[in-house]
Design a protein around this ligand. Structure first.
Ligand code: CA
Length: 246
């Protein structure tokens, strides 16, 4: 999941960025209001964390502009204790939540998780596709009841795939949302990591969940049994979409 943090206090910004990265998010940090708005409008983020007092443009104006462009990305406002009326205005202007400084980083992380869940249309915490289960709160992953150990990047890739079950995710989308990098320099890494994931998720199982969509990218969906014929053709199978969230 890709997050933009707009915060002009370098120490606070870097602290948030590091904490989110440790939780497997891809994070951009911007210290200027106008520049931050430009980034928010030009890039497809999954969440915005916006400080209210910023150079060149206030957090409130960023918010209004983002919503005016009909971008529904969840927005978490950061505000000082003294800015209660600003906070109210922020919520009125379309912010989803706010946090008062100073805050405990665990609270920020919990709110980020809650907002990302809400972003995916009020879906309760656990993600499930077939017998593959991912708990974003604990980062536990199991398949068929067996615990699967993933590295941070493998986990981030799997969460991104699971949050978009049944949709083709192109390599540029994956590199942006999971690695926070432009695609062109990055092709091979994605394929390598998808292979790592396949080894841990699909290898030795009759039902494959990670599908290669030739010429496009990858898709995670509830598996039918994949015969070798189908795999050779590299087509997606006409499987009914049983992947569901629990
Ligand atoms: Ca500030």
């Amino acid at each position: 999941m890709r997050v933009l943090v707009i915060e002009d206090e370098t120490k606070v910004g870097c602290f948030i960025k590091r904490a989110l990265e440790e939780e497997s998010y891809a994070v951009d940090l911007c210290e200027d209001g106008a520049k931050g708005l430009e980034m928010a409008l030009s890039t497809n983020y999954d969440l915005l964390v916006v400080d209210l007092m910023l150079p060149s443009m206030s957090g409130l104006d960023i918010l209004k502009n983002v919503r005016r462009e009909r971008i529904q990305t969840p927005i978490l406002i950061l505000s000082a204790q003294s800015q209660i009326d600003q906070r109210v205005k922020g919520l009125d202007a379309g912010a989803d939540d706010y946090l008062t400084k100073p805050f405990a980083i665990d609270e920020l992380l919990a709110r980020v998780r809650a907002l990302l869940r809400r972003g995916a249309s009020e879906i309760p915490g656990i993600l499930q596709v077939d017998d593959l289960i991912l708990n974003p709160a604990t980062r536990d992953v199991t398949r068929g009841g067996q615990r699967i150990e993933l590295t941070l990047k493998e986990y981030a890739l799997l969460e991104y795939l699971m949050r978009h079950t049944g949709r083709v995710l192109t390599r540029p989308m994956i590199s942006e949302h999971v690695w926070n990098q432009d695609f062109d320099t990055f092709t091979n890494v994605i394929d390598v990591y998808v292979n790592y994931l396949r080894n841990k998720i699909d290898r030795g199982r009759a039902k494959k969940l990670i599908h290669t969509i030739r010429g496009s990218g990858y898709m995670l969906k509830a598996g039918a049994r994949v015969s070798s014929t189908h795999r050779r053709r590299g087509t997606t199978l006409p499987i009914s979409r049983t992947g569901s969230y629990r």
